[in-house]
Design a protein around this ligand. Structure first.
Ligand SMILES: O=C(O)CCC(=O)C(=O)O
Ligand SMILES: [Fe+2]
Length: 344
């Protein structure tokens, strides 16, 4: 463990004149080049919304098992709904967390000849009957996160010498964002458990809100782990694999993990994964020479598998790996295709 901490960036500087805005963009670029992670303050999102989503998350996780299992994800071929503790794997090991996965509310696409397999990720959510207001709270959160993501994407584009709107087209049509509402139960006997194992995020950018005072997130830096405890009402922001692909590795999708809280405690977090439509390909940014010279090239993911520039392919690979029970029940043909050609 190092004593290093992640950089803190204040988004309100974007609205404080050209010099401040340019300084913010430089810091944004440097933070995501060096760390791939930073804290974001000054975003203007009301505190009540943060308290609301955490409070609603707690209400959900406090429900009797039968109410949670009403929306168990094994009922959804779209990988939506509730995953009980033990239902998810990272690096082939159980993640000690329970969660709900929620995506855009859309009609399912039938599987078939000539239909790309990743369209199976599109479809309706599962909503718990016992907690009807979850849907409204999530819709409000989603709207706020979308707006914040667009602001950040434009700032990144400009910081890399591109037009601020270079990414807009990829996100204009039916983005395929994902919200997870997660609870990590305490478990440290005999040792702290894998809350979620070491991984990179498979989308474009992640806006993570963690319940106040709850540590456990660790971010890889130069072969060491940096502790990233939450700052009050700030996001932990990191880039996903697609932004690494878009910048030839100049911006880095960084490996991170969560270590379980101690027994008798727990930790709630709400990661929001911004991503384009499933069939969208992230545009490649032509980097200025001095940045290209520092671009490390596109890496593999934490499992040694390639990063795909088409979002749906990159997402499906991760979903099949993380939820083998959903994969086995609903997608045996995709599981056997992966076994036959493990890099696809
Ligand atoms: O819960 C957290 O702090 C991080 C979760 C995470 O990295 C993920 O779900 O991708
Ligand atoms: Fe993550």
């Amino acid at each position: 463990m190092t004593t290093a901490t992640l950089p803190v960036l204040d988004l309100s500087r974007l609205n404080q004149g050209d010099d401040e805005a340019a300084a913010f963009r430089r810091e944004l670029r440097d933070a995501t080049h060096e760390y791939g992670f930073f804290y974001l303050t000054g975003h203007g999102i009301p505190h009540e919304l943060f308290d609301g989503i955490i409070g609603t998350a707690r209400e959900f996780f406090d429900l009797p098992d039968a109410d949670k299992l009403e929306i168990e994800n094994i009922k959804s071929r779209h990988f939506r709904g509730y995953t009980r503790v033990g239902g998810e794997l990272t690096q082939g090991r159980v993640d000690w967390r329970e969660q709900i996965d929620i995506g855009p509310e859309r009609a399912a696409v039938e599987k078939g000849e000539g239909v790309a397999p990743f369209w199976t990720l599109e479809g309706p959510n599962q909503w718990p009957t016992a907690l009807p207001h979850l849907r409204d709270v999530v819709a409000e959160w989603q709207a706020q996160m979308d707006a914040l993501s667009i602001t950040l994407m434009r700032a990144w584009a400009e910081s890399l010498g591109a037009d601020p709107d270079v990414f807009d087209a990829a996100f204009a049509h039916e983005p395929s964002t994902l919200i997870k509402i997660v609870r990590y139960p305490g478990k440290d006997d005999p040792e702290p458990q894998q809350g979620v194992g070491a991984h990179k995020d498979f989308g474009v950018l992640t806006l993570l809100y963690v319940e106040e005072g709850k540590g456990g997130l660790q971010v890889e830096k130069d072969g060491d782990w940096i502790d990233a405890p939450p700052l009050p009402y700030a996001f932990v922001v990191n880039i996903g694999e697609l932004l690494e692909v878009a910048t030839e590795g100049y911006l880095r999708a960084t490996i991170h993990r969560v270590v379980s809280p101690g027994s008798g405690q727990d930790r709630i977090s709400v990661p929001y994964f911004y991503a384009p439509a499933l069939d969208a390909t992230i545009p490649s940014i032509p980097l200025p020479d001095e940045l290209r010279a520092q671009a490390g090239g596109v890496t593999a993911d934490a499992h040694g598998e390639p990063l795909f520039s088409t979002y749906g392919e990159n997402a499906l690979k991760s979903r099949l790996r993380a939820h083998p029970d959903v994969a086995a029940i609903h997608h045996p043909e995709l599981v056997s295709a992966r076994t036959a050609a493990p890099t696809h």
